[in-house]
Each structure stands twice: as structure tokens, then as C-alpha cells.
Write a protein that binds this ligand. Structure first.
Ligand code: NAP
Length: 415
């Protein structure tokens, strides 16, 4: 537990005596958004646009979406814009010609974006593809608003060691972790018994296994309470998202898996809870809108005004809770087992899941094949320890290759 304070900062850690931002904070805050064209990126930019005097945009990045990236860069006056895929570079270059905004492409350009002078970097790329640029921001000792959970799942302990070694600050953005962060007493961690992540249950919460067998991609991405990118929406439908979040919470709050609970709460009003030894439970509530946790991270250690609909408990009426069903949703069990097994198991879990989710989106395999592919990959990959980030990259690559073979075998018998 003692590592928690070193990993992430108390909401009050650097606040002045009156709760105002620490003296000496540069204003406006210089911000870089990795993955600015995605759901998290767009929500972040919405808040930046609404508070133009508080923030200045340094760099923005995308994978392919050069048109939106160029539009965002012009609108927010960014200094640097980068696309990961070189094939999209000409479109970005043309769209920003004459604007004075520097443009670049490729994996190195994403790292450059993360390294440019910024006080605050949003890690908003999806998947382990975000590891290198997020690490680059960490190694510059930046404040990193952390949404890209796959980074912690695939490189957990080694990533947290880099955070500590370079004096970076991680601010949890995932709504559940942000909620727990706001309720977590960093000065008295010994008084904390457990934390609880809530889970909407996804679009198939009430379906039988048989009913989930032939669900479409459209049905799987149609999340009942949150509007998010395709990958996390499908992870929410399999409940793998909650498994990834369990591993993320373990690293952020330095708690063993048995002290991290998951409860299904379909209304998505309570996002996270902290239970103390005296029986007190502190919870964080809000409407399901990612701009709330992003605003908190943007303003930290103060608070930034944000526009979302306010919580009206009388209108919500009823809050309900149930235990997750490990039989219908094996992904959560696989993630918990991978975390307990340690070593490279979470890396394999993540790589196989990313591969299987992409195959499902591409129509190559069925919905139930996602968790089945992950389970088979975990069985087949040798159990290894991770001693360096090179080990992480190698294992991630090997697990993706195996998962691609498993997917191809399933694809032959699918449809
Ligand atoms: N969305 C949410 O509400 C939410 C909530 C909590 C946590 N998160 C986490 O936040 C992260 C982002 O989620 P999202 O829903 O915003 O995803 P998303 O909408 O799919 O956006 C992903 C962003 O990353 C870029 N990207 C995708 N693949 C890339 C690659 N290989 N290399 C470089 N950039 C790449 C995308 O660029 P293009 O647009 O060009 O494809 C886009 O800017 C995920 O880890 C997710 O689990 C999301």
C-alpha cells in the first residue's frame, strides 16, 4: 500500500492551503492530447475549447483520421500534429499547409508529440499502441492524465517503475479509477479495506450465452449508458473492460486483487467506492459523461468548470446492484486469474483480447470467440516473467501472433 502515494498523487497533494492550484503553476497550462480524434480525445478538446484562457495546446495525435486531426489542430491552435500511419501523412500535410502547424507521421512522431514541452499530457490512445508515447511523456516527468488502460495491463509493474523513476504524475481518468482517486485517503492508506469498481453490465447483461452467440458488432458497441470508442464498447459487452480495469486499479492503487471488488450497477451513477476499516464507504457519483473525470484531471489540483448535465437523483429514482456472472462473462474471471498469475499473463491477456476484438469488429469471429481466444492464448503461451520493457514488447508481439492463429482457426468455422 505504501507505494500508492508514489504512483499517483492525492487529489490534495499539491493544492495550496485554500484548495487553490499550487503557487507557481504555469498559466495557461500547456496540454498535449495523444489520441485527440478518439472519444476521450474529443471530450478533452471540448473542455479545452470551453476554457481557452486556462489551456494552450501543444500537440495532437491520431492514427488515421488526418481530416479531423487537422481541423482540431487549427481550431485549438496546436503547434504540432502527428498521424501514426505514414499513409495518412499527405492528407494531414495538405490540410495544414500554410497554417504554421508542424506536421509529422509514424511511431517516432507520436513519441515526439509526447516529448514536446507540455505540462499535462492526455494518454488517450486505445490499446498497447499507446505504450511508447505514454512512456515518452512519463520519461519527461509530465503530469499524465491516464485513460489508455491497456498500457498498464500490458506493462504494469515496469510502467509504474518508470513513473516513479522519472517523477511523473499519473492522474486516473477512467471514470471508476477517477472516482476512487477522489475518495481514497492517501494520508491514511492503512485505514482502507478495499475498493469497488462499478460496472454497467454492458448491453448483454440480461442475455443468456446462447443469446450472445450471434450478436452483431452494432449490438455489441451499443453501450447502454456510455458513448465510447468501438474497442472499449466491445470490452464492456464482454466485461473484459472491467477485467482490464481491475488490473489497472491494482497498479494505480497498489492493492492486491482480493481487495478490489466489482459490482454491476446498471444505472452508472456511482462510479467507484472506497471501504474503510471502520465500515465507512465513500462513493463518487455523477452522470455518465467522461468530461467529468477529464475535467477533474485537467484542473487538478483545482477543479475546472464543466458543462455536463448535473445528477438528478430524484429523476434517477432507483440505484440497483448485482454481482457479475462469471459463467456468462468469463473475461472478468480470465483477467482476475491473469493478475493473480502475474508475470507476463496480463500482457498475453491484453494482446489476445485486442487481436480478438479487432477480428470480431472485422466480422471474422463471433462474440463468444473473443473470450475463448483469450483463454486459449493464456493456456498456450509459456508463463514468463517480465524483467524489462523489451520483454513486454516481445511477449506482446508473440501473443498477438498466437492469437491471430487462434482467430484464423475460429474464423474458418465461423459463418
Ligand atoms: N471512451 C471512453 O469513454 C473511455 C472511458 C474510459 C477509458 N477509456 C480508454 O481510453 C482509451 C481511448 O479510448 P477511446 O474510446 O477514446 O478510443 P477511440 O475512440 O477508438 O480513439 C482512439 C484514439 O487513438 C488513436 N489510435 C488508435 N489506434 C492507434 C494506433 N495504433 N496508434 C496511434 N494512435 C491510435 C485513434 O486515432 P484515429 O481516430 O485516427 O483512429 C484515436 O485518436 C482506451 O484505452 C479506452 O479503454 C475510454
Amino acid at each position: 500500500m505504501s507505494g500508492a502515494a508514489a504512483a499517483i498523487r492525492s487529489p490534495r497533494a499539491r493544492a495550496g492551503a485554500n484548495g487553490q492550484p499550487e503557487p507557481g503553476r504555469a498559466a495557461p497550462r500547456r496540454v498535449t492530447v495523444l489520441g485527440s480524434t478518439g472519444s476521450i480525445g474529443r471530450s478533452t478538446l471540448d473542455l479545452l475549447e470551453r476554457n481557452p484562457d486556462e489551456f494552450r495546446v501543444e500537440a495532437l495525435t491520431a492514427n488515421h483520421n488526418a481530416a479531423l486531426l487537422a481541423e482540431q489542430a487549427k481550431k485549438l491552435g496546436a503547434r504540432f500534429a502527428a498521424v501514426a500511419d505514414p499513409a495518412d501523412y499527405p492528407a494531414l500535410k495538405d490540410a495544414l499547409a500554410g497554417s504554421g502547424i508542424e506536421v509529422a507521421c509514424g511511431r517516432d512522431a507520436l513519441v515526439e508529440a509526447a516529448e514536446r514541452p507540455a505540462d499535462w499530457v492526455m494518454a488517450g490512445i486505445v490499446g498497447a499502441a499507446g505504450l511508447e508515447p505514454t512512456l515518452a511523456a512519463v520519461r519527461r516527468g509530465r503530469i499524465v492524465a491516464f485513460a489508455n488502460k491497456e498500457v498498464l495491463v500490458c506493462a504494469g509493474t515496469l510502467f509504474m517503475q518508470e513513473v516513479a523513476a522519472y517523477g511523473a504524475t499519473l492522474l486516473p481518468v477512467d471514470s471508476e479509477h477517477n472516482a476512487i482517486w477522489q475518495c481514497f485517503d492517501f494520508d491514511r492508506v492503512d485505514g482502507i479495506e478495499k475498493i469497488t469498481l462499478t460496472c454497467s453490465g454492458g448491453p448483454f447483461r440480461e442475455r443468456s450465452v446462447e443469446e450472445m452467440r450471434d450478436v452483431s458488432v452494432e449490438a455489441a458497441v451499443a453501450h447502454p449508458t456510455w458513448r465510447m470508442g468501438a474497442k472499449i464498447s466491445i470490452d464492456s459487452a464482454t466485461l473484459m473492460n472491467k477485467g482490464l480495469e481491475l488490473i489497472e486499479a491494482h497498479h494505480l492503487f497498489q492493492l492486491p486483487p482480493e481487495r478490489i471488488d466489482i459490482v454491476v450497477h446498471p444505472q452508472s451513477v456511482i462510479h467507484g467506492l472506497v471501504t474503510y476499516h471502520d465500515g465507512s464507504v465513500l462513493a463518487h457519483l455523477g452522470t455518465p459523461d467522461m468530461r467529468t473525470p477529464i475535467a477533474y484531471a485537467l484542473g487538478w489540483p483545482g477543479r475546472t468548470a464543466a458543462p455536463m448535465q448535473r445528477l438528478d437523483l430524484a429523476a434517477v429514482g432507483r440505484l440497483t446492484f448485482e454481482a457479475p456472472d462469471p459463467e456468462r462473462f468469463p473475461a472478468l474471471r480470465l483477467a482476475r486469474d491473469a493478475l493473480r498469475a502475474g508475470g507476463g499473463c496480463p500482457t498475453v491477456l491484453n494482446a489476445a483480447n485486442e487481436t480478438a476484438v479487432h477480428a470480431f469488429i472485422a466480422g471474422q469471429i463471433g462474440f463468444l470467440d473473443i473470450a475463448a481466444t483469450v483463454e486459449r492464448a493464456l493456456e498456450r503461451m509459456p508463463k514468463v516473467s517480465l524483467d524489462s520493457l523489451a520483454d513486454v514488447y516481445n511477449l506482446d508481439k508473440a501473443a498477438r501472433e498466437l492469437a491471430a492463429e487462434l482467430v484464423a482457426a475460429r474464423a474458418r468455422s465461423f459463418g
